[in-house]
Design a protein around this ligand. Structure first.
Ligand code: TNX
Length: 527
């Protein structure tokens, strides 16, 4: 009896295990059911079909086609369903089909992915849903597809059905390009890795004491002077507006919204060093390449300051299609509460006038916020802050959760981590995943939680390899926490799924931290 059962298990499971790991989806979907047997076989001839007259679907299918082929010759073709039907009738091949109807309850980001031996269907209400269905399909393909090299075809996808939608709308990462500059190539890499795990907000911290990283017409010294260095005295750098617009576009193609931050009124030494008129004493301080915080502020009494804020906000609002503008607001030690409130009232009004929703670090809960502002909570345990946040929420604000002692990606994993800081303690892989977002702020209803965002501050992070090491695997935990249903939250199950990402991340060349708490699946040899 026992032996028979094993034969059954072997027969039914081996094809699945050999083709893909349906249990390894990360984030874990709302629901997934797998057939006992059967696969869809993707070959270079498999057509990808999209609804007629839908360029967005064609573009998203085109991205999947690039993944499915290792060269132009082996890349399946994406085309309109009608064209395909006309040219192949009556003998169509098994196809991958994008469909533009799905249950309303799945919203704009949800999807139904159905894999039968004769057809794969990706059904969604909006392009974001197609994109996420494609990412789920991607995770069901052998990791070899991620190598920039030939791989065996056909590719087998296990038969089954996934019905999915995110738990939270805000699933974010923040990259500090101010303390150390990361250029467009690094940012595209972050966007690519975010997309794989269905993260959808990239907050760029574009200015701080050590660097100003975005060109603003009429204010050339911001980048010529303020962009010329970084922590430790390296060469710094900055984005032209064309670079920035191209990143916004690249992000949008991956269903990611760029959220620009100009940190005000503090964390402004790079701007103060660039323009003397932003200083109350009219004297520009020297550039700063250390790592202290809290010592700088623009002069809140001078009109020049508000002309500067106006030009910066207008420029970025015009170049950013997303709804949000982050005005920082953190760690200002040089202003009285009244001065801080006066500045914030004017800065908020400027942002609102340019059509964006205000976001600020949790210090902004100290002041009156205009409706629909968002408080990014980084110090949830501070009692006074908690009370201010509750009041702000009661007055109509919402929150993004970024608890420093859980998900700051610049905090060391453990005492032996070479990179990173320790001011918030240590953030292990388990710490980053194993907490309840709805219990973080007592008295704040779930409806007021936009979602979760993990900041990666870069005082100690200087290279792409450093960045990946601190972000992975913790960022996967943030993705799972922000997307997956609360009922699926379980550290032991998560640990297994996380371990199963190793071959794909290895194929992608991700420099991830092999935490001893995770059962990493070894990568098969490529010979
Ligand atoms: C606190 S979090 C800061 C940043 C630092 C970070 C280092 C926040 C709003 N401010 O200026 O880079 O700690 O972990």
């Amino acid at each position: 009896m026992l032996r028979l059962r094993w034969v059954f298990v072997l027969v039914t499971c081996v094809p699945l295990a050999a083709t893909a790991q349906p249990d390894a989806l990360l984030p874990v979907p709302l629901s997934a059911t797998w057939a006992d047997s059967g696969t869809f076989l993707v070959t270079p001839d498999t057509p990808l079909l999209v609804p007629d007259g839908n360029p967005e679907a064609l573009r998203i299918a085109g991205l999947l086609a690039i993944l499915l082929g290792f060269s132009e010759a082996t890349q399946p073709r994406a085309m309109e369903a009608r064209t395909y039907a006309r040219t192949t009738w009556p003998n169509p091949l098994p196809a991958i089909v994008y469909v533009d109807t799905a249950p309303d309850s799945l919203g704009a980001e949800g999807y139904v992915l159905t894999i039968d031996p004769g057809r794969i269907t990706l059904a969604a209400n909006a392009p974001a849903g197609w994109f996420y269905a494609s990412q789920t399909l991607r995770q069901l393909l052998p990791p070899a597809v991620e190598y920039d090299a030939a791989f065996p075809v056909p590719l087998a996808v296990p038969a089954g059905r996934v019905v999915d939608r995110p738990r939270f709308e805000w699933r974010g990462v923040m990259l500090d390009v101010a303390r150390h500059f990361f250029g467009p190539g690094d940012v595209r890499r972050v966007l690519d890795l975010m997309a794989l795990h269905k993260l959808n907000r990239l907050h760029l911290h574009l200015s701080d004491d050590q660097g100003w990283r975005i060109a603003i017409p009429g204010w050339p010294r911001l980048t010529d002077v303020g962009g010329s260095t970084e922590v430790g005295g390296g060469p710094g750098g900055f984005f032209s507006l064309e670079d920035y617009a191209a990143l916004v576009q690249y992000a949008a193609e991956r269903s990611i919204t760029i959220v620009p931050e100009i940190d005000l009124p503090g964390h402004t030494n790079a701007a103060l060093a660039s323009y003397a008129e932003l200083n109350c004493d009219g004297v520009a301080p020297p550039l700063y390449t250390g790592t202290s915080v809290g010592f700088s502020t623009v002069c809140v009494e001078r009109e020049a300051t508000y002309r500067f804020v106006e030009d910066v906000v207008r420029t970025l609002a015009e170049t950013t299609p997303g709804d949000f503008f982050h005005i920082g607001g953190d760690e200002v030690r040089e202003l009285s509460p009244e001065q801080y409130a006066t500045f914030m009232a004017r800065a908020q009004a400027i942002v609102a006038r340019h059509g964006k929703r205000v976001i600020g670090w949790d210090e902004i809960a100290e002041v009156d916020l205009i409706p629909r502002s968002i408080v990014q909570v980084w110090r949830p345990a501070v009692a006074e802050t908690q009370a201010q946040i509750r009041d702000a929420v009661e007055a109509g604000a919402t929150v993004i959760l970024s608890p420093a002692d859980r998900i700051y990606l610049d905090i060391k994993y453990d005492a032996s981590t070479v990179l990173g800081l320790t001011w918030a303690g240590l953030n292990s892989v388990r710490d980053a995943y194993d907490w309840d977002p709805t219990a973080l702020l007592p008295g704040v209803p779930i409806a007021a939680i936009e979602g979760i965002e993990a900041p990666l501050w870069s005082e100690t992070i200087a290279t792409r390899a450093d960045l990946e090491f601190m972000a992975f695997p913790r960022l996967a935990g943030i993705a799972d926490l922000a997307w997956s249903p609360a009922e699926a939250h379980d550290w032991d199950a998560y640990r297994q799924r996380l371990g199963a990402q190793a071959p794909r991340w290895t194929a992608l060349g991700v420099n991830f931290y092999r935490s001893p708490d995770v059962p990493w699946v070894s990568t098969p040899s490529r010979d």
